[in-house]
Ligand binder design. Structure first.
Ligand SMILES: Nc1nc2c(c(=O)[nH]1)N[C@H]1C(S)=C(S)[C@@H](COP(=O)(O)O)O[C@H]1N2
Ligand SMILES: [Mo]
Length: 230
């Protein structure tokens, strides 16, 4: 009886240290190849198309910057969720706190790198309120009357959060304090300032800028600026 079994393929450990495959794998490891996400993106691709870098932090809003004393502030999480909440400021601060460092991109073409944020990850919020099966969309309502909409999967991005601090200090009123949304992978108009209510919905509904000519999705890497491009 002859043994016609092929010899087993050598595993990586059996390859000589300077074989071609080993060398290219080492190269991939150094360049972060096959990793996804912002950190491994080469520096040359960190700035989305049509954007320029700023060092200051511009203020953009509809011109009405509401003043919400902390003892009057509430955040309601409503709609298609198993466990709706209505939090006071004290309730909000009792939730799990996290930190993130993200780049932000405004549709008016400025981008700002390495912003340090502190607050509640949207993922941790979702674990608490538990969106129902049919909740595919989120509509944000703000104290100045502003609204903006997101698909649930965008709201649930791993680095999206409800932020109350920037660079270690409370978020100023002009930038949306006491609490704003921060969704770094979409143009910044999706990041509602002066957040009042988070509504989970079975159907999408366009917010203020989405109704007024801006793109429904708003991915800066695809230059999803205007609704005419949808
Ligand atoms: N409540 C509210 N949120 C808002 C806005 C607004 O007018 N009202 N403007 C949006 C727009 S168009 C941008 S670019 C960012 C600006 O945030 P900033 O002023 O902190 O830079 O907030 C977004 N969130
Ligand atoms: Mo904006």
């Amino acid at each position: 009886m002859t043994d016609d079994h092929a010899a087993p393929m050598p595993d990586d450990a059996a390859l000589p240290a300077d074989s071609k495959l080993t060398r290219s794998k080492r190269g991939w490891a150094q360049s972060g190849k096959f990793l996804t996400g912002r950190v491994s993106r080469p520096e040359t691709e960190r700035l989305p198309p049509g954007q320029h870098l700023v060092r200051d932090w511009p203020v953009l809003d509809l011109g009405l910057q509401p003043d919400i004393p902390l003892d009057h502030w509430r955040l309601d999480v409503t709609g298609a969720v198993e466990h709706p909440v209505s939090w006071s400021w004290r309730d909000f601060l009792a939730q799990k706190q996290s930190r993130e460092v993200t780049d932000i991109h405004c549709v008016t073409t400025w981008s700002r790198y390495d912003n340090n944020w502190e607050g509640l990850l949207t993922r941790d919020l979702l674990d608490l309120v538990m969106p129902k099966e049919e909740a595919g969309f989120v509509l944000l309502h703000s104290y100045d009357g502003y609204t903006t909409n997101l698909a649930l999967e965008d709201f649930a991005a791993p680095d999206a959060m409800l932020v109350h601090s920037w660079e270690g200090k409370p978020l100023t009123r002009e930038h949306g304090g006491p609490l704003r949304l921060m969704v770094p992978h979409l143009y910044f108009w999706k990041s509602a300032k002066w957040l009042q209510k988070i509504e989970f919905r079975p159907a999408d509904r366009r917010g203020f800028w989405e109704e007024n000519g801006y793109h429904n999705h708003a991915d800066p890497w695809k230059e999803e600026r205007y609704s005419a491009d949808e």
